[in-house]
Write a protein that binds this ligand. Structure first.
Ligand SMILES: C[S@@+](CC[C@H](N)C(=O)[O-])C[C@H]1O[C@@H](n2cnc3c(N)ncnc32)[C@H](O)[C@@H]1O
Length: 199
């Protein structure tokens, strides 16, 4: 699938598709976001300027704001952003893909960027492109939390709801090219520090 296919499918998706817990209850859905925000917060300094890339309707972005972070919530779907704003009018939003982020920020850069349940739906090439743009939006020394799963049997997603997985070597090569240094965190997602590309 191309990035454009994934973006269109998510824009038209039923809100229930965002997370399995939404089929259990709205409370369970929003509680999962609060729990994940608490986990993300363990690796990001208090009060940091953070970007939630592919924020959906704000499951994690809204509780991150409540924890005191200065959140910019980015999504390619205006429908998702409208639902976020309806629930939390004070959260800053940006309607763009990864390619529009640096233009949106101007000279500003983020202290931290996180992307949960977004990269997984993209092809290898599109995922690498997006991560490169997220790195470009992050200050040197800043933190990236990326839901970028490793598998012993890596493969690309075959639908907009599928999951692309990577080998450790693919990720190590990508990190070296993009300027990401893995950080030990104990979190279920990859955590990286933004570094200069060697050589
Ligand atoms: C599965 S939802 C996850 C939402 C949120 N991160 C969460 O964990 O609740 C995926 C979201 O990523 C957005 N998205 C997918 N591909 C994107 C892309 N290439 N650029 C920006 N947003 C994207 C979709 O519109 C959708 O809102």
């Amino acid at each position: 699938m191309t990035a454009a296919d994934v973006i269109t499918a998510w824009d038209q998706a039923d809100p229930e598709a965002i997370h399995p817990l939404r089929r259990v209850s709205e409370d369970a859905y929003w509680e999962s976001g609060r729990a994940q925000a608490d986990m993300v917060a363990t690796v990001i300094p208090d009060g940091a300027k953070v970007m939630d890339f592919g924020c959906g309707d704000g499951r994690v972005a809204i509780p991150m704001g409540a924890l005191g972070y200065e959140v910019t919530a980015v999504d390619s779907s205006q429908r998702m952003l409208d639902r976020l704003t309806e629930r939390a009018p004070d959260v800053t939003i940006a309607h763009t893909t990864a390619d529009g982020i640096v233009g949106h920020l101007g000279r500003r850069r983020m202290d931290a960027v996180y992307a949960l349940a977004v990269l997984i739906h993209h092809s290898y090439a599109d995922c690498l492109h997006i991560i490169g743009r997220l790195r470009a939006a992050t200050k040197l020394g800043g933190v990236l939390v990326l839901d970028w799963p490793v598998s012993e049997t890596p493969g690309e997603a075959d639908s907009w709801i599928g999951v692309t997985t990577w080998s450790p070597q693919q990720q190590a090569d990508a990190c070296a090219r993009i300027g990401l240094e893995p950080v030990d965190s104990g979190l279920p997602w990859g955590v990286y520090r933004a570094v200069k590309v060697a050589g």
